[in-house]
Design a protein around this ligand. Structure first.
Ligand SMILES: O=P(O)(O)OC[C@H]1O[C@@H](O)[C@H](O)[C@@H](O)[C@@H]1O
Length: 279
């Protein structure tokens, strides 16, 4: 996101266009942040005096999802359960139809409300940015029948080097390892050797410890059913260089797989993700 905030005297909130995407830039006394309208995706968040908390790829392919920040996976996570041609992780992160309904400034931060209406569905993303970061995704539908939903806030956390960080708070948690296709149980801290894709049936306040950067982020995945940890390891990612991919680890809040939701008419599906600097 280098250069986005470089112009002196700019407004504290403004729209700009980068790589064909409409971006909302926020310049608050406590932080800088950027959202793309596509996907209502928080791409950048940096409290003053700190390193950025979120990683984002330098190149954003046209007509595809932006890899980085906090993509919203919705209304399904991963592959669609029955439609093999439908896009991975759903439509929300591809849509440019998101509307910004509110952006309220205060001394302690900014509260934003984004909305996407799609067929019978209404999706809201509530964001509270200040010294900490909080995202809340709320799904409603108007169908007369129950609807299936899986979703994730697929955050790409920026780190010094994926081989040098540890994720704490999952000791004893069980889940499913999608790389080995076997159930798994975490013992002690989680370190990434060559890739990771585990869906834990556990949520909590996880600590992403980054010793080279002397930083520990507390990532709160409570509010969903799962914590997901993903890194591609040596598997190449389209248009992301090898060195670039060492700089993130995805730690996500989700409800997916066997923990997907079945929303009765009028029922809301809610997912939250919060982060703060651990003291
Ligand atoms: O590559 P995408 O569609 O942005 O999703 C990110 C990753 O999400 C994970 O859940 C998938 O298992 C990976 O295969 C995928 O690469």
């Amino acid at each position: 996101m280098a250069g986005l905030f470089a112009e002196p005297g700019q407004a504290r909130q403004r729209w700009t266009v980068r790589q064909g995407r409409e971006l909302l830039l926020l310049e608050h006394r406590l932080f800088q942040a950027a959202f793309s309208r596509q996907g209502a995706q928080l791409l950048h968040f940096q409290p003053r005096g700190q390193r950025p908390w979120l990683w984002c790829a330098g190149h954003w392919p046209q007509g595809a999802a932006i890899r980085g920040g906090v993509p919203i996976c919705w209304p399904w996570f991963g592959r669609h359960p029955s439609e093999s041609g439908w896009p991975s992780h759903g439509w929300a992160r591809l849509s440019e139809e998101w509307q910004l309904l509110a952006c309220d400034w205060g001394e302690q931060g900014v509260q934003l409300l984004w909305q996407l209406e799609l067929c019978d569905w209404t999706l809201h993303l509530e964001a509270e940015l200040g010294e900490t970061l909080a995202l809340r995704l709320v799904t409603r539908h108007q169908d007369s029948e129950p609807c299936q939903l899986s979703h994730a806030l697929h955050a790409y956390w920026r780190i010094s080097d994926v081989s040098r960080v540890a994720l704490l708070g999952l000791d004893g948690a069980s889940g499913h390892d999608l790389l080995t296709r076997a159930d798994c149980r975490q013992e002690g801290e989680l370190r990434i050797e060559d890739g990771c894709h585990r869906i834990f049936r556990h949520t909590g306040v996880l600590q992403l410890q980054d010793l080279p950067w002397q930083r520990r982020l507390a990532i709160d995945t409570r509010g969903g059913a799962n914590s997901v940890v993903w890194h591609p390891g040596s598997r190449p990612l389209t248009e992301v260089g090898w060195n670039e991919s060492l700089g993130f680890l995805c730690v996500e809040a989700a409800s997916c797989g066997p923990d997907s939701l079945c929303l009765a008419p009028g029922e809301e599906g809610v997912l939250t993700l919060r982060a703060s600097l651990a003291r």
